[in-house]
Write a protein that binds this ligand. Structure first.
Ligand code: ARG
Length: 590
């Protein structure tokens, strides 16, 4: 459905026309003087230039033409030529009633029905998830849900880092520790054991140990590079170890992402596209796009008008090995074959911006992606501690994601138990739900590209612009609706019809709710979940102001009360939809 602003602008435009002016001057905006009016139209000022007339005279003409229009309850022409407007309560009620009955609240995206892949997560297998992976997971999941809500067919792909040096390092370390395993026996032809020769915790210890060793032992590093090379060239025993590593790590990753309410449709990885590389490289050579430079194979991607230097995209190193960009190009090829996307959105650390610029340009030049495809890089900033430096553990180490989540869960639990008496088991469950909102909202309420400070005390607060505050508001509304239904019957809430606003606070809430369509469109087209956060914060504030100034359950005027219950019902549904798009849910009680 059309947005309220569009509908009202059309009415004002018509009035301009009736009064003898171009209707294009009828655009209205939300008022920047809320003490005077709800909406304003500034069109008389530019119209004055065209018609060589005083702007106030034009504004008065338009006001006169608007007289009798059902959509405004106040139309004021004021100096020097503004039109100050208030929307009619009945008109507003009808608009909200339509929102309440329509699918997606009547949100009709400009672009819809497309195939979109969101590439996010990107963890490297066998390394524990740490807070560096948090932002990709949180932002990517939300972006994916927003794209789905806009009516697209969307795939979230984790794009595992599963083919690199870390695999060679693990193999090398394992060989040192257990040289007698059949994987290292070149003459072994039987079936390898089904059981992995390590557990996940051993694996998580093996990798950092190996990585540290390789840094000050050249021979060890060489062995790891060799092992990586052999793995990538089909060494049977190494591939069997790789299988074990994958199975065990992926299981652990699934559990971790599950805890974050993050779900991927595809669990593909860098390894999956390796078979596509030789043919792709051949094509790049044949087309003449790729050329040799200092022994390496590169594609020039600099363009006229570049404001910074864009170096050539490296396809093969001088030793013939493929690189990060090669894999990403092959992945685009694979995605085209498997899903034929209209858009691919990458949610990755913004320090990788140049890499993606090179990959996108090469992919377009080489026709690896179809014409007209949208390739978007949403680069996110760093998550910092209160000291403004990248978030670390107290001892200065990299913090594991699990530890961070456990810490916040614990804090939330303590808070809930302090707040009111609660059953410890239920409080644990609630704490988990609220903690997730704290972590996710804390991240998503910032523009993704900016660095932000992970401030535990602020994020877990029940007041201010936080996830727990939003949930608290939702729980409050739910409790009123439940109490109302209990006093009537189960269908009582949906049977209530919206009514026209009766005072300033219920109208203010209504005027926040109607912004939904614009907010969704902005969040989708700008790939910007923070827009949704800003919206629900305004809605929550407007609701709480309304709640404090009106006795909803105690109201004796039944029609008024039913109108409010319907308003609460819509508010609650909008808020729940929005937090679902952000990737978290609300508890029943808090
Ligand atoms: N594994 C990569 C890293 O740790 C992130 C992958 C991002 N996605 C991609 N298609 N390159 O840096």
């Amino acid at each position: 459905m059309k947005t309220l602003i569009e509908l009202l602008s059309a009415e004002v435009g018509k009035a301009f026309e009736t009064a003898g002016y171009d209707e294009k001057y009828g655009k209205i905006t939300v008022s920047n003087r809320p003490d005077l009016c709800e909406f304003q139209c500034n069109g008389a000022m530019p119209a004055a230039k065209e018609y060589k007339k005083a702007p106030i005279a034009i504004a008065q003409d338009v006001a006169a033409a608007l007289n009798g229009c059902a959509c405004f309850s106040m139309i004021d022409a004021v100096a020097p030529g503004f039109l100050n407007l208030k929307v009619d309560p009945v008109y507003l009620r009808d608009y909200l009633t339509k929102m309440r009955t329509e699918d997606r609240f009547g949100y009709a995206p400009e672009r819809s029905g497309e195939r979109i892949i969101v590439d996010y997560g990107g963890p490297n297998v066998a390394k524990p998830l740490h807070i560096g992976h948090l932002r990709a997971a949180i932002i990517g999941e939300s972006v994916k849900r927003i794209c789905k809500f806009a009516g697209n067919d969307v795939i979230g792909d984790i794009h595992l880092g599963d083919w690199g040096l870390q695999m060679g390092l693990i193999i090398t370390e394992l060989k040192e520790r257990k040289p007698d395993l059949p994987y290292f026996d070149e003459n072994f032809t039987g079936d390898y054991p089904a059981e992995a020769p390590f557990t996940i915790s051993e694996l998580e210890e093996i990798y950092p140990t190996a990585s540290a060793k390789s840094k000050d032992d050249d021979a060890y590093k060489e062995a790891a590079l060799q092992a990586t090379y052999q793995l990538q060239h089909g060494n049977r025993g190494y591939l069997a170890i790789w299988d074990h590593i994958m199975r065990i790590s992926v299981e652990d990753l699934k559990r971790n992402y599950e805890n974050l309410n993050v779900h991927f449709e595809w669990w593909k990885g860098e390894s999956d596209v390796q078979p596509l590389i030789p043919g792709m490289v051949e094509d790049l050579k044949k087309s003449g796009l790729a050329h040799e430079s200092e022994g390496a194979l590169v594609v020039d991607v600099a363009e006229e008008g570049d404001t910074k230097e864009v170096p050539p995209c490296m396809i093969l190193k001088s030793d013939g090995a493929s690189l990060y960009a090669t894999t990403d190009l092959a992945t685009l090829l694979d995605r085209r074959q498997a899903f034929d996307p209209d858009q691919v959105i990458y949610v990755v650390d913004k320090r990788q911006e140049m890499h993606f610029l090179q990959v996108f340009r090469t992919a377009r030049k080489a026709g690896i992606v179809k014409d007209g495809i949208r390739l978007d890089f949403l680069g996110f900033g760093t998550m910092n501690g209160k000291d403004g430096k990248p978030f670390k553990t107290r001892s200065g180490g990299v913090m594991r994601l699990e530890t961070l989540i456990e810490d916040i869960n614990e804090q939330m639990y303590t808070k809930i138990m302090e707040n009111h008496e609660a059953d410890p088991e239920e409080a644990r469950e609630t704490a988990k739900i609220v903690a997730l909102s704290a972590i996710k909202y804390g991240d998503l309420s910032n523009q993704a590209t900016k660095d932000y400070i992970f401030d535990t005390d602020k994020f877990t607060s029940f007041e201010g612009n936080t996830g727990p505050y939003i949930l608290y508001t939702i729980v409050r509304i739910k409790s009123i609706l439940t109490k109302y239904a209990d006093s009537q019957d189960a269908t009582a809430v949906s049977a209530c019809a919206l009514a026209g606003a009766v005072n300033e606070t219920d109208k203010a809430l209504m005027l926040e709710l109607v912004k939904f369509h614009d907010v969704m469109e902005a969040a989708y087209s700008e790939i910007a979940p923070h827009r949704i956060c800003a919206y629900i914060y305004d809605v929550a504030n407007a609701f709480n102001r309304f709640y404090h100034e009106n006795k909803i359950l105690g109201e004796t005027d039944k029609q008024k009360q039913q109108g409010w219950i319907a308003l609460l019902d819509l508010t609650e549904k909008l808020l729940e939809t929005c937090i679902d798009l952000l990737g978290f849910g609300a508890p029943e009680r808090m």
